[in-house]
Design a protein. Structure first.
Length: 656
């Protein structure tokens, strides 16, 4: 679409409702003008004076002539100036006074009321009411064109190149979904190639995926590639407080689409209007259902809508009505998944084109360290890195900015200003060291990415593990390893500080371990005693944001389930205890290193456990110690760590 040929490029005149408002405003002003003219028709020019002043002027001989009326006395002074005054009732002396002073006077006939003005003033309110009613009725009948009463007018917008053209070259990391939609674009460009073999253009495509995976971006790419009119609307735009408005908007939208066929209509978040029917508790006239019924009819009813392709996006396909998903309406369901490592690398490369990069930036390394990131997450990561570089007054965005931005996105922002006591910092270091040491010695555990005792978000510290590759299923040995690693922090506190000094910092670890053990027993059949049976029915939605409920089972079975869950968690606690007691020297070594450096990468932890030292000259400060440390046995940077610190501790921190 060129700028010369695009009618939407040039600003149009005022909308129809503005024109109507101007017309009625003009009529109202004309009526006011008529009333003003008639109202002033009978008025006499001249200065209004008090009646006493009038008598004094007559007595002093200043008055030349007078017209006497029942309600008004008018006249002219000898100097030619006109005047008017209101007479005092029953003043019979005025005529004698006029005769004595040789003033010419005449009577004045009583003025008859202006009937036209009288009728106009009394009928004006009714005329205004009728005019407003007529205006509103016309707007409702024709849909209003966006007017004040145009509820039934569709809110679909025609997307043009000035809105920012996006092509399939801007869509990366979701190649399969892109290929599915490219076929629709090719059909619109060259329908003969498909129709000569008996193929028919798909009537609709439903984009399904988690938030941020690029569903709307794919739709915009279709608009940029197809070269046909592209209408876009949100599912919530159909829903209104007035009954029948949604169905009216659906009809109007398809009428606009028919006028511009062949074209594409994109409905974003269609689950707002396409939810399954029959949940209205007997209310057969539910507004959402009526809107959905009209949408179903327009998509594949008696009247064919040739050349109109419907593309919709949702992250809740499980709640959509089955009639909406059948072939003939949405012929294709295109799944837009979370990108894998190759997809993440391509997405990062697309977003990095807009950022000046330092030579050390490697998109592959960043992609490996961001498993589970969607396209929107990766775009946010690149933006955060650019913002960090700007705050640091750098001309190029280096790998360090990407690493810091990744840590901020994944673990939360650092709270370096948080004040921690020496005991809290020490317990946090041993807690995180416990997680890390168990993870190192559990063969099935994921490698450590980073360990830190700098508070991030709501945690006082954390150990971040990242898988070497994207995983789509988990094995039993990895689940047992994850159970042991989750218990590592609590076990380290017990070994170093004693049973009575453990903190509540392991609450999230215990919750994770319990939930994992419960799923292993009740859903994944990983219990030797209970066997491969499902004891909890899953009611998860597409994104897993649902709930599970325990199926009907005997009291004895429920007791066995609880016993197996307890056995798995306690077994993990025992394995973590065995590992940390066997490698207690490594626990002290790593905890002291965390107290010294506060943040260690996975490579530095491996080097420390292998060589007993870290070749790093810096020792950045994190949370402020509330009181000075006296006699610290922590060695300096770059040196081999010595003896273990004394066991024991005072207060346990919250949320370590």
């Amino acid at each position: 679409m060129s700028e010369q040929n695009d009618p939407q490029q040039q600003p149009e005149g005022p909308g129809p409702w503005v024109k109507q408002l101007m017309i009625w405003g003009g009529i109202f002003l004309a009526l006011l003008l008529v009333v003003s003219l008639f109202g002033n028709a009978g008025s006499t020019p001249g200065t209004t004076i008090r009646y006493s002043d009038f008598r004094n002027s007559v007595a002093s001989g200043e008055v030349a002539e007078v017209q006497l009326g029942d309600e008004l006395i008018t006249g002219r002074l000898r100097n030619g100036e006109a005047f008017a005054t209101v007479p005092v009732p029953n003043d019979v002396e005025i005529t004698r006074l006029l005769e004595q002073n040789n003033v010419q006077f005449t009577g004045k006939q009583k003025e008859q009321p202006n009937m036209l003005l009288y009728i106009l003033l009394n009928s004006l309110p009714f005329i205004l009411i009728l005019g407003i009613a007529f205006f509103a009725l016309r707007q409702m009948q024709k849909g209003g064109g966006g007017g004040a009463m145009g509820f039934g007018k569709s809110k679909a917008k025609l997307l043009t190149e000035r809105s920012g053209r996006v092509t399939f070259d801007d869509v990366a990391g979701i190649d399969e979904a892109r290929e599915e939609l490219q076929e629709i674009v090719e059909f619109l460009r060259d329908p003969q190639r498909f129709s000569k073999l008996g193929g028919q253009i798909p009537k609709g495509a439903l984009l399904v995926g988690s938030p941020g995976t690029g569903k709307t971006l794919l739709a915009r790419a279709i608009a940029g590639e197809a070269g046909v009119p592209f209408f876009t609307i949100s599912g919530s735009d159909f829903v209104e407080m007035f009954v029948g408005v949604g169905a009216s908007r659906v009809r109007d939208m398809f009428e606009q689409a028919k006028k511009n066929a062949p074209c594409i209509v994109f409905i974003d978040e269609i689950d707002a209007v396409g939810r399954s029917r029959g949940h209205g508790l007997g209310n057969s006239n539910d507004e959402r259902e009526q809107t959905l019924n009209q949408l179903l009819v327009e998509m594949d009813g008696f009247e064919a809508n040739e050349g109109i392709i419907i593309i919709a996006a949702t992250n809740r396909p499980d709640v959509l009505d089955p009639a909406l998903l059948r072939p003939g309406r949405f012929d294709r369901q295109v799944v837009v998944p979370i990108p894998d490592i190759d997809g993440r690398e391509k997405i990062l490369s697309v977003h990095m084109k807009k950022v000046p990069l330092a030579p050390d930036v490697n998109p592959r390394v960043i992609a490996r360290g961001t498993p589970g990131f969607s396209g929107a997450d990766l775009a946010n990561l690149v933006n955060e890195a650019a913002l960090l570089a700007a705050r640091r007054n750098k001309r190029l965005v280096a790998m360090q900015e990407f690493e810091d931005a990744k840590d901020k996105v994944m673990m939360g922002a650092e709270r370096k200003s948080m004040v921690m006591t020496e005991d809290e910092k020490k317990m946090t270091a041993y807690h995180e060291a416990g997680h890390a040491i168990v993870s190192v010695h559990e063969a099935a555990s994921d490698p450590i990415h980073k360990a830190t005792i700098i508070p991030r978000g709501r945690a006082l510290g954390m150990v971040m593990r990242l898988p070497e590759r994207d995983s789509y299923s988990y094995h039993r040995d990895k689940m047992h390893a994850n159970l042991s690693v989750s218990m590592g922090g609590r076990v380290a506190e017990e070994i170093i500080f004693g049973h009575d000094k453990v903190s509540s910092g392991a609450s999230s670890d215990i919750q994770y371990a319990t939930d994992l053990a419960r799923n292993m027993v009740t859903r994944w059949g990983m219990s030797e005693k209970l066997g491969p049976l499902q004891y909890e029915a899953s009611q998860d939605g597409y994104l897993g944001m649902g709930q599970t409920m325990r199926t009907m089972a005997s009291d004895e079975t429920n007791k066995m389930i609880d016993a197996e869950i307890k056995s798995l968690v306690e077994g993990a606690h025992k394995r973590a205890t065995d590992i940390l007691k066997t490698h207690e020297d490594e626990l002290h070594l790593l905890a002291q290193a965390l107290l010294e450096y506060e943040t260690l990468s996975g490579e530095e932890i491996s080097q420390l456990l292998k060589d007993g030292k870290i070749d790093r000259p810096d020792a950045p400060r994190g949370p402020v110690i509330a009181r000075p440390v006296h006699g610290s046995a922590i060695p300096k940077c770059g040196k081999r760590f010595g003896d273990a610190p004394e066991k024991g501790g005072d207060e346990a921190p919250q949320g370590a």
